[in-house]
Design a protein around this ligand. Sequence first.
Ligand code: PBG
Length: 322
Amino acid sequence: MSFPIHRPRRLRINTVIRSMVRETHLMPEDFIYPMFVTFGKGVRKKISTMPGCFQLSVDEAVKDAQYAYKLGIPAVILFGIPAHKNNKGTEAYNPNGVVQKAVRAIKDRVPGLAVITDVCLCEYMSHGHCGIVKNGEILNDPTLELLAKEALSHAKAGADMVAPSDMMDGRVTAIRSILDANGFDDIPIMSYSAKYASAFYSPFREAAESTPSFGDRRSYQMDPSNRREAIKEAALDIEEGADIVMVKPAMCYMDIISDIKDTFDVPVAAYNVSGEYSMVKAAAKLGWIDEKKVMMEILTSLKRAGADLILTYHAVDAVKEL
Ligand code: PBG
């Protein structure tokens, strides 16, 4: 049976009919808003490669968190830019580090907002890698202890969820164990499971001041050519106790989002990363695309592909369009 019996255009004839058969609807609850927190007071420093994003001191971060919450955004994820870096990343697990302070301040002033913390060492290490470095190599097992300490310090500060992004093997086990041993068995782990070694992170590295001083991240982040390996990574993380698995970046990796969604029964998050955001901003600035329409199309497509949660710098702008 085909034309003229079937005419798919019948269901596209006007706004009402289209709205009745629409399969994907974005909601404010879909979004997680990433924020960069830094030391100092009254700091609101523009990130040149990410228009609309800022490095914020804790007092300013509280204001933006309040604003996001008022718009209906349920959660933020915090990244820290510490005053000092060293080769042990000690600021990452300092109880009075920037992220720990920001978590306390936001939970105090905006208790209804879920505060998620990114658990990684690259922003805190003098060499900018996500683990301990020895003879030019990024060591896996010794790094786990530091990541676990960092996650615990975030939980102690009041974080609602922790999100390891380092791509060391076994970090979910390490974090789950330390949280459980300290009475934080109810704190979920959102694991960056399929995190690719992507060129789309470069604006973030300016924002977070975390560019590696030598080499790259290809010995720990995934090869963009690999699809089946993403399933393996997600399976391992779920076995280790991850409550939510993430795919990152998002736009070039919708096949991965879809595969993981079809394979597992845990919520899937997609990270619409800095480079994806910056490209939209840059093209819009040149007048080459309609920023709002392109933004909404991208975010809708991520949800259509299978994302239950979307981490995006567009979150605040996007909820205003709903
Ligand atoms: C830290 C981390 C990165 C991002 C999130 N967590 C950077 C990296 O791996 O180099 C990227 C986020 C973005 O580009 O928006 N490991």
